[in-house]
Design a protein around this ligand. Structure first.
Ligand code: BES
Ligand code: MN
Ligand code: MN
Length: 445
């Protein structure tokens, strides 16, 4: 474990931020680190594939003919670090405190991904081989919606052929509780720009004569929900699968405490779509949120202007069987309709990803549930997830293989937020789970 943790630290030191162009070299450096580690642990083929965007690392060991093949997927890219002043230690100088490792990417996804490299390493060290065939596919664009990997997957379906895909990039339901995820939400992400007057204007001389784009945009955003917390885009709910009674009951069994949840988040009341519990709202209902607004005067003190322009970033989380292409069209049409003629509006799609569900009963999930149960010493539970991993539905579609979402993080580990960390206990239990999974799944007929 000590060696594994030291190597993880080296991995976490690389600032592989995918969304900021100035980190391109670091991204390449990080792909190299992953490739070198795969070579070091004893994989027989390791290759870095260039793409239009960030490199894809592919590796295989196919020394168990006649046995199943597992494709491990993960991402080596990380989110930006801002607001950096809120970090208790620098984001790319990993430190361990109370059994947790703190750094950007610790839980999302470097720590979780590294688990599988280390379980394979342990097999090679102790038994000299694996009981099944293994492929690794590790990308650098997950946090920007996996555009290049989608192309790579389309052009390399034979290379990536497998019986199951194994992903650790989701969360445990709670610390120490073995958890498999069977549903992910999709995503549709937009920038909406509104332009009023052709320059910033003195709000005294001009106030009252022209539309203020920030006022207008705020009004449009507020119209996207009704008083019951439902999204008002026409047709938005048409394809939403209703929650079955069975699923609603399964969620209830999890004994989710809304009170503790609210307390942890520092809010006195939770909020969302009327008629649904918090877990239902997060896991099985679509949502719409404004992620940020850029516009007007935001410096210290006052400056009396009517701004010329404003931009909002707005995202929707989608659920089966909504289609992100259809939703994107509906959204663009509706916000354009809501905007008055007094502003020019531009709607640009940034990212998208389809929602997906994997059947709980497939043999890979059964093997994974057993493996986690053995490692954690508790029964594995099945949950859905509010976040998105855009490439997962492409795996199902192109490779026709079930995807096992063996999450090892915690929602409380500050992914995408300052002071991201990963519990090293879960790092270790993850390695053991991964090893048990390899064993269990190799015995499937
Ligand atoms: N690992 C997350 C997905 C996730 C989020 C799992 C929360 C468990 C809890 C993934 O890296 C992620 O952040 N996905 C993005 C996708 C987007 C940027 C295209 C997301 O969900 O916002
Ligand atoms: Mn992730
Ligand atoms: Mn992420």
């Amino acid at each position: 474990m000590e060696d594994y943790i030291n190597e993880l630290k080296e991995f976490l030191k690389i600032p592989s931020i995918s969304t900021l162009p100035e980190y391109k070299n670091e991204i390449e450096h990080c792909a190299k680190f992953v490739a070198e580690n795969l070579e070091k642990i004893g994989m027989s083929r390791v290759e870095i594939f260039k793409t239009e965007g960030h490199p894809v690392v592919y590796s295989e060991w196919l020394g168990a003919p006649g046995k199943p093949t597992v494709l491990v997927y993960g991402h080596y890219d990380v989110q930006p670090v801002d607001p950096v002043e809120l970090w208790n230690s620098p984001p790319f100088e990993p430190v361990i405190k109370e059994g947790k490792i703190f750094a950007r990417g610790a839980t999302d996804d470097k720590g979780q991904l590294f688990v599988h490299l280390k379980s394979v390493e342990a097999f090679f060290k102790t038994e000299g081989s694996l009981p099944l065939n293994i492929k690794f596919l590790i990308e650098g664009e997950e946090e920007i919606a996996s555009e290049s990997l989608r192309v790579f997957l389309k052009n390399n379906t034979d290379l990536l052929k497998c019986d199951a895909v194994l992903v650790s990039d989701t969360s445990l339901y709670a610390a120490g509780v073995p958890t498999l995820t069977y549903g992910l939400r999709g995503l549709s992400y937009f920038e909406v720009e509104m332009e009023g007057p052709n320059r910033d204007l003195h709000s005294g001389s001009f106030g009252g004569s022209v539309a203020n784009p920030i006022n207008i945009l705020s009004d449009v955003i507020s119209k996207l929900h009704d008083k019951n917390g439902r999204i008002t885009i026409p047709g938005f709910y048409d394809d939403v699968l209703k929650l079955s009674k069975k699923e609603r009951e399964n969620f209830k069994v999890l004994k989710f405490s809304e009170k503790e949840y609210a307390k942890d988040l520092g809010v006195s009341e939770l909020s969302g779509e009327k008629g649904f519990t918090t877990l239902e709202r997060i896991w099985a209902r679509p949502t719409l949120d404004c992620n940020g607004i850029i516009g007007g005067f935001t410096g210290i003190g006052a400056k009396t202007i009517i701004p010329s322009k404003v931009t909002a970033k707005i995202s929707m989380r989608l659920v089966p069987s909504q289609n992100s292409v259809k939703i994107a069209k509906q959204f663009a049409r509706y916000v354009k309709k809501l905007a008055p003629k007094s502003v020019k509006i531009k709607v640009t799609e940034l990212h998208s990803g389809q929602p997906g569900i994997t059947p709980i009963e497939n043999p890979a999930n059964v093997a994974a549930a057993k493996a986690m149960e053995k490692a954690f010493g508790k029964k594995t539970i099945f949950v859905r997830e509010g976040g998105s991993i855009p490439i997962v539905t492409d795996f199902s579609k192109r490779l026709k293989s079930p995807v096992v979402l063996m999450g090892l993080g915690l929602d409380s580990e500050n992914l995408h937020s300052p002071n991201e960390h990963f519990d090293l206990k879960h790092f270790q239990l993850g390695i053991i789970s991964s090893a048990y999974f390899i064993k269990e799944y190799s015995e499937k007929s």
